[in-house]
Design a protein around this ligand. Structure first.
Ligand SMILES: O=C(O)COP(=O)(O)O
Length: 229
């Protein structure tokens, strides 16, 4: 049965949930576009392209800048050529402008102290995820970290959440997914686990309530009301 009191493990999304990473993603996107002689794009455009991993972000950016449709062979060839540039630039500027959202450290520490098992389930490539967690003092908080390329499929596929259920020997009613994107809520629904949607993140500029999570919170600390009594 789905109820808050059953929850013993929590999977957190990273970008737009714990960390505002768009400023660094935008810088890496613009550095890559500049190499192709394209003009820079705004942060708000980049924000609307985040959610399905680094490759899809650059695919959307190149399509916008070049006017080519995303699925054309020409665009895919350009993407193959430029992806290493994006990966290199971003790997060297992972947390220059990014910041933790307010309340994140305190609430995560309270949840850990209360005995919840905590995981990161992000679509960001794994090799970027650990250095970012470490830069923000979060490397000891999570006992599992899954990136978008850790398994065969990423959110909104349920695979990462199903992997956690198996790894931690949990029943579906014990796991909660918390994130800002419909990809997080869709993954939770497909894995048959509870979810909380956060309103301050990205989600392609859409209202997270439209994805019907079990609860919607405006601030990270607001999740405590469901988990800590
Ligand atoms: O890298 C992305 O596109 C999104 O990452 P997230 O799953 O942590 O929001």
């Amino acid at each position: 049965m789905m109820q808050w009191s059953n929850i013993s493990a929590i999977a957190f999304d990273l970008d737009g949930t714990l960390i505002d990473s768009v400023p660094d993603l935008a810088a890496a996107t613009n550095a890559t576009l500049a190499q192709c002689q394209y003009p820079p794009v705004t942060e708000s455009l980049v924000l609307s392209w985040v959610g399905n991993g680094a490759r899809v972000l650059m695919q959307r950016a190149l399509s916008y800048a070049s006017g080519m449709a995303e699925n054309t062979p020409e665009l895919q060839a350009l993407l193959e050529k430029t992806m290493p540039l994006f990966m290199l630039y971003y790997s060297e500027h992972l947390h220059t402008h990014s910041r933790l959202y307010s309340g994140v450290i305190t609430t995560l520490q309270k949840l850990k102290q209360a005995g919840f098992k905590l995981a990161i389930v992000t679509n960001k490539p794994y090799r970027f995820t650990l250095p970012i967690l470490s830069a923000f003092g979060l490397d000891d908080v999570f006992s599992e970290v899954l990136g978008g390329d850790s398994l065969a499929k990423m959110k909104p596929d349920p695979m990462p959440l199903q992997h956690l259920l198996g790894q931690w020997q949990l029943d579906e009613s014990q796991l909660l997914m918390i994130g800002d994107s419909k990809n997080d809520i869709l993954a939770a629904k497909a894995a048959n686990v509870m979810s909380i949607g956060l309103t301050y993140g990205y989600n392609y500029g859409e209202d997270i309530g439209l994805s019907h999570p079990h609860a919607v919170c405006e601030n990270f600390a607001d999740i405590e009301q469901y988990l800590l009594s």
